[in-house]
Design a protein around this ligand. Structure first.
Ligand SMILES: [Zn+2]
Length: 420
């Protein structure tokens, strides 16, 4: 039964990266990542797939089709964060393997080849940059930037790649031509609470949200908290508070577009109980899959900054730390997943992804889709990360049918229909 099989595979892969501490340690381009890949290679070979590693060490396992046409690919990753969980990434590649197992079991021949890809270095924990393997495969990687990366022990990214047995100079050869792949699909844990709250087993992701990040400095005047009357103050912190509440309200207005805005760090100075804050610095993170919606929140924030300058006699400065472009996912693949769900009597939730995944690089080159399965308590990047395998099996049912549709299945070899 597939539930038990997936559970066994999970146990087998998750033997790797265990330490005396809780959680898994399979960091990018370490021996542990390679060991997990080697186990996965063995599982793929048992399913009679041909397996190779590309120039970046991405593992590509392939089940041939009946024609020489682009492949339908399923992929995710086996590396983890420090003290990572058992499901993030791992579930995605095992889902792909399970689809292959079922095709074999049912003796289904597809026109298009079906591939399962394990991308290297999806997590940013070691080098501060995420989804490196899929960036290389889709041709989105910047070698100069990769060359400048270092881990916390001072090992450079090129050194780590060489230590893992690959050549840094050759990494860009991992780039695959457009004609290699027809459709790419990833299954991943949600890493948030939406599916669990709605009690649904499957999410169809509409796009990957991208952040606009700002560092904001509000300047007023530090003065004595006892001797400065309320109308004489230039309090940077109360001005900043007004700005932050306005940001929240602007993002709430864009709820239908799933836009979110957060101030997660703030610092007031001089930082004494009896001194009115003369300076306040905070960081803003606005995310959306819809650039126009994100822009509306940003514009209201800028207007609010102008307002507190006038009404409170403060000055403000804003520095853009990051401005990334959201990645919409293929509507054709979403439609395919939607139809499959309806055939299986499942009601999916259409939702954006607030976190980045390998699919966001693949989607820039090939029509791509992302399926979410629930994470209990929305927990992820944590040893207690958990997804019920019953949900997992339902999501794999969807993935299997979507792959069979996309890969253009023929009839099972044994059943030849004869019409008179
Ligand atoms: Zn992941």
């Amino acid at each position: 039964m597939s539930l038990e099989r997936i559970d066994e595979w999970l146990d087998e892969v998750n033997q790797i990266g265990k330490t005396s501490a809780a959680g898994l340690y399979r960091l990018a381009y370490t021996k542990e990542e390679q060991d997990a890949l080697d186990i996965f290679r063995g599982l793929c070979e048992k399913e009679e797939m041909s397996v190779r590693e590309d120039a970046a060490g991405n593992l590509i396992a392939r089940r041939e089709g009946t024609a020489d046409v682009p492949a339908v690919a399923i992929g995710s990753h086996l590396d983890t964060v420090y003290a990572g969980g058992q499901y993030d990434g791992t579930l995605g590649v095992l889902a792909g393997l399970e689809v292959i197992h079922r095709l074999n079991e049912k003796n289904i021949q597809t026109t298009h080849p079906v591939e399962v890809i394990v991308f290297r270095a999806e997590e940013s924990s070691r080098f501060g940059t995420a989804t490196i393997g899929s960036k290389l495969m889709s041709g989105k990687a910047d070698p100069a930037k990769l060359a400048s990366l270092k881990d916390k022990d001072g090992i450079t990214f090129p050194e780590a790649v060489e230590q893992a047995g690959f050549s840094f100079e050759q990494l860009t050869k991992a780039k695959r031509p457009q004609t290699d792949i027809k459709t790419f699909m990833e299954l991943h844990i949600e890493q948030g609470p939406v599916l669990e709250n709605k009690q649904r087993s499957v999410g169809i992701v509409t796009g990957i949200a991208a952040p606009l990040r700002l560092r904001v400095l509000v300047e007023g005047k530090a003065s004595h908290s006892g001797t400065t009357s309320m109308d004489m103050r230039k309090d940077a912190l109360t001005g900043a508070s007004e700005l932050i509440l306005e940001l929240e309200s602007a993002a709430r207005n864009e709820k239908d577009n799933h836009t979110v805005a957060t101030v997660g760090s703030i610092e007031a100075s001089p930082g004494a109980m009896n001194v009115i804050p003369g300076q306040c610095r905070f960081d803003v993170d606005i995310r959306s899959t819809d650039t126009a919606s994100r822009e509306r929140v940003y514009e209201r924030f800028v207007q609010a900054a102008g307002h507190i300058e006038k009404t409170r006699g403060l000055s403000t400065q804003m520095q853009t730390l990051a401005e990334e472009t959201p990645v919409p996912l293929s509507s054709q693949v979403q439609d395919c997943l939607k139809e499959v769900c309806s055939n299986l009597n499942l009601t999916p939730v259409f939702m954006p992804s607030g976190a980045g995944h390998d699919v966001m690089n693949m989607a820039q080159k090939w029509p791509s889709g992302l399926l979410f399965v629930p994470s209990v308590n929305g927990l992820s990047h944590h040893p207690d990360e958990f997804t019920a395998l019953t949900h997992m099996v339902e999501a794999v049912d969807v993935l299997e049918q979507a792959v069979r549709t996309e890969a253009d299945e023929g009839r099972p070899k044994k059943q030849v229909e004869v019409r008179s």
